[in-house]
Write a new protein. Sequence first.
Length: 338
Amino acid sequence: MATEFKDYYAILGVSREATDDEIKQAFRKLARRYHPDVAKDKPSAEEKFKEINEANEVLGDPAKRKKYDELGARWAAEEAGAAAGEGSRGFGGADFADAGRGPEFQFSGTGFSDFFEQFFGGAGFAAGAASFASTPGARTGPHRGLDVEGDILVTLAEVMHGTVRPISLRTRDPQTGASETHAFSVRIPPGAEEGRRIRVPGKGEPGTDGGAAGDLYLRVKYAAHPDLRVRGADLYQEVELAPWDAVLGASVVVSSLDGPVKVRILPGTQAGRHLRVRGLGLPKSRSGGRGDLYVVVGIDVPHNPTAAERAAWEKLREVARSTRGNGDERPHGQAQTT
């Protein structure tokens, strides 16, 4: 089962020397463009959204990015060797069976490509299981197959409402080379927590000598959202206010899983303040109800004011000094202890 190399840098449109901030900005820009909730062509947008999420999953993680960069260099060398007729089998021939543990498993429909599944997804046999049938001198008789684990990428909208995902699992016996594909559906319940293992009975390694098949466990992994961060059942969104809006108060529109929401900013709102909108978080699968949405306030300070803007700020400073007096002035770089 050959595997196609994925160029995650090209997918995000960044160079291989891109900083973490550049990768984050590129992901957010593309994610907002292809998010299924806003895109007109939803089927193609969903595939693109999964692709850029996968790229961000790898390049946004320093350990995975290092592994990916090393893998890319080796992959290029393998392809060059094959082109030169050196007989290299290439990384496309690599599989989960290299350790001699049993058949190869490849998923489809989990939201991850075959490339990611093979090198970053952690798909494989569940820890703690043992295959007595492959052990010399082991007792005979029926033996249950090993459990298999993998990841399934779900969007926050799917976590919000729940969904049923079609999955296919292709296996290849390393001894005979025979392959077989199993198609089934997996239900993602509303409020499924990240890391939750969803059990699919009988879809793991086949048993031996009439033994039952093992089970498949799919770990829920949240697709990154361009605007929302998750903590438990609560959602967090950052909003950048203009200084005058923070001082005078304003109304801002923020994203939520229920659609746009207008939030009132009170006069004198400070940077770092959390404004809570009750009941607009994720469902709570165990206790019922929903979490909350928190709007985290930041102040967007103008970096390059025009001459007119600078004059207005200087005038404001003069007014503030005359009104409050100069007692609060401190030399540049001196922090105020609180």
